[in-house]
Design a protein around this ligand. Structure first.
Ligand code: AMP
Length: 127
């Protein structure tokens, strides 16, 4: 798979599409998910052309990997989620349910998360 420079998150990173920004530094941009699945649902995307954790973890320079994951931690802290807790998720590929092919981490918070993370999708779940 080739990275598509016109994917939605690439366009948000270039400022061509709006987002509800919560954090930005040289390594990452974080913004609210447009279709929140929890009271707090924020996406953190690295600055760079990475499709998923597959190429990000294999190919990104060490400083980018470290900077990105530090940003994820900072965002969760900034959102006030550390005390009560939060969940981070990154989907890869069709069976992972990935919809946008620019690597991103979901931060979910503000409610109790289910322990049934790997359960089968229900009929009315989005595809
Ligand atoms: P994934 O299945 O991990 O690829 O999830 C992609 C996420 O991006 C979904 O939760 C969408 O709701 C979210 N999303 C799609 N378009 C936008 C957008 N323009 N701004 C913010 N979030 C978006």
């Amino acid at each position: 798979m080739v990275y598509d420079r016109n994917n939605i998150f690439a366009r948000i990173l270039r400022g061509e599409l709006p987002c509800k920004k919560v954090y930005e530094d040289e390594f990452a941009l974080a913004f609210h998910d447009i279709n929140p699945l929890a009271p707090v649902h924020v996406l953190v995307v690295p600055k760079g052309e990475y499709i998923s954790n597959v190429d990000f973890s294999a190919d990104a320079p060490d400083a980018q990997v470290v900077g990105f994951w530090r940003a994820v931690g900072k965002v969760a802290k900034q959102l006030g989620l550390e005390a009560e807790g939060y969940r981070i998720v990154a989907n890869h590929g069709p069976q992972g349910g990935q919809l946008v092919f620019h690597f991103h981490v979901h931060i979910f918070g503000g409610r109790q998360m289910s322990h049934r993370m790997g359960n089968m999708p229900r009929p009315n779940d989005r595809q």
